[in-house]
Write a protein of this length. Structure first.
Length: 371
C-alpha cells in the first residue's frame, strides 16, 4: 500500500532527518518547519521506525484539508479512507492541537473527529458499536491557520526511547538530540569522542551507536507491529537488514567522565544495555582535572545550565572553566549546547559556527569550535 508519511521533529534538525531518510532510500522527501514529509509503503514505515536517529515518531498522513466550521471538519474527516488502516475491533483514540485557527476548542475538535471516523467506519463495516478492544491506532490531528492534518501514529512511545535508558540523572538530554549533536559535529567511525560532563552517558552511547551503524530502534517495539495491515515479515526483514548493516569493527572509542559517581554507574549500565560498553571508558572526574588521552578528539557536551540544574552564576563559572580546558588544538573540535546568550563571552572565544537547536522547550545554540 502506498502511503504518505510525516515525521515530527525538534526545530533545527529537519535537514538532518531529510538527509537520513534519503540515505534510507525513502522517496519524495521534503522538509517543513518541525516535520519532514515523505512517501512509501509498509517496508518504508518499518525501516524509518527502526533506523531513524533524529525523528520523534513516524506518522501516516491520512489526509489534509481546510476547515473553518465544525461541519467542514466533520465532512473532511468522514471523507478520508480510515477503513484502509483501522479494523472493526481496533482502538482509535483521538488527540491533537489547534493553533491560530477558527476552530480553537481542542476538546470539541477531538469529539467531532472521533464521531466522523465512527460514522465512516459504521458505513464500511455495517456495525453500530465499536468495541475498540484491538490494537491501538492513535489518531493525531493538527489544525494550523485552519489547515487540518489527520495522522495515524505508527510508533507508540517516542523514537527517542531506544530502550537502553530506563534510568537517567536529572535533566537528561533526549537521545534524538544527542544523536543530532553527534551528526552536526561530524562524528566519524574512526574518531575518539569525549564528554567530560557525561551524566548518564547519552551523547557517548549515541555516538558509539552511530559510529558502528547500530540501528537505534532494534531493541524496542512499535505500535504498528500489532496492526493487521502490516505483515509480520516486513518487520523481521527490516530488522535483519539493519543488523546486516552494522559494523562493529571500527576504531571509534569514547571517554566519558562526570563528578557524580551515581551518574557514572547509571551511564555504565545504559552503555551495557545499548551493547556499546566495549567502546566507552567511564570515570568519575571533575572537569578541572580533564586531560585528553589522545592527540585528536571530538568533544561534545551538554553542560548543566541555569534553566535546568545550576543557577546562572554557577553556569557562567562552568563556561569559564570550559574555555580554559577546551584549548584550541589541531585535530580537535568542541561542540557545546547552551541556552546562554553570553556563552561565547564567558567561554572566552567566539564560536567558529553556531547552530540553533531546541532542547525540549528550551531554545539553545550549539557552539562549535574546530579551527
Amino acid at each position: 500500500m502506498n502511503m504518505n508519511f510525516a515525521v515530527p521533529c525538534l526545530l533545527g534538525i529537519e535537514g538532518l532527518i531529510a538527509e537520513e531518510l534519503r540515505n534510507l532510500e525513502v522517496e519524495n522527501v521534503r522538509a517543513e518547519n518541525g516535520r519532514v514529509l515523505f512517501s512509501g509503503d509498509e517496508t518504508t514505515l518499518a525501516r524509518v521506525n527502526i533506523n531513524s536517529r533524529y525523528a520523534e515518531r513516524v506518522q501516516i498522513l491520512v489526509g489534509s484539508f481546510t476547515a473553518k466550521s465544525f461541519e467542514e471538519l466533520f465532512q473532511g474527516v468522514k471523507a478520508l479512507e480510515w477503513e484502509q488502516f483501522i479494523g472493526a475491533t481496533d482502538a482509535f483514540p483521538v488527540k491533537g492541537y489547534s493553533i491560530n485557527s477558527t476552530l480553537f476548542s481542542v476538546s470539541d475538535c477531538q469529539a467531532i473527529i472521533k464521531k466522523a471516523v465512527v460514522e465512516r467506519l459504521k458505513s464500511k463495516y455495517g456495525i453500530e458499536w465499536f468495541e475498540e478492544t484491538g490494537p491501538v491506532h492513535q489518531i493525531q490531528f493538527s489544525i494550523m491557520k485552519d489547515e487540518v492534518s489527520l495522522l495515524l501514529d505508527t510508533t507508540g512511545a517516542g523514537l527517542h526511547k531506544r530502550g537502553y535508558r530506563p534510568d537517567a540523572n536529572s535533566a537528561p538530554l533526549k537521545e534524538t538530540i544527542a544523536a543530532s549533536l553527534c551528526c552536526i559535529s561530524r562524528l566519524r567511525p574512526y574518531h575518539t569522542l569525549y564528554d567530560p560532563l557525561c551524566g548518564s552517558g547519552t551523547i557517548l552511547i549515541e555516538g558509539a551507536m552511530m559510529a558502528q551503524n547500530i540501528a537505534p530502534g532494534l531493541n524496542r517495539n512499535f505500535s504498528a507491529q500489532r496492526w493487521d495491515i502490516i505483515p509480520e515479515n516486513v518487520w523481521k526483514t527490516e530488522q535483519e537488514r539493519a543488523k546486516d548493516l552494522e559494523n562493529r569493527n571500527v576504531d571509534f572509542f569514547a571517554y566519558g567522565s562526570d563528578i557524580d559517581p551515581n551518574a557514572i554507574e547509571i551511564a555504565k549500565i545504559n552503555a551495557r544495555r545499548a551493547g556499546v560498553e566495549d567502546k566507552i571508558d567511564f570515570s568519575v572526574s571533575d572537569l578541572r582535572d580533564f586531560e585528553p588521552k589522545t592527540q585528536r578528539g571530538t568533544l561534545i557536551c551538554n553542560p548543566p545550565y541555569g534553566e535546568r540544574l545550576l543557577d546562572i552564576q554557577q553556569a557562567d563559572e562552568l563556561y569559564r572553566l570550559m574555555g580554559k580546558k577546551f584549548i584550541q588544538h589541531k585535530g580537535w573540535s568542541y561542540s557545546i549546547i547552551s541556552p546562554s546568550e553570553t556563552f561565547e563571552q564567558t567561554f572566552g572565544r567566539k564560536a567558529d559556527k553556531r547552530r540553533k537547536l531546541y532542547n525540549g522547550m528550551i531554545k539553545c545554540q550549539v557552539f562549535m569550535y574546530f579551527k
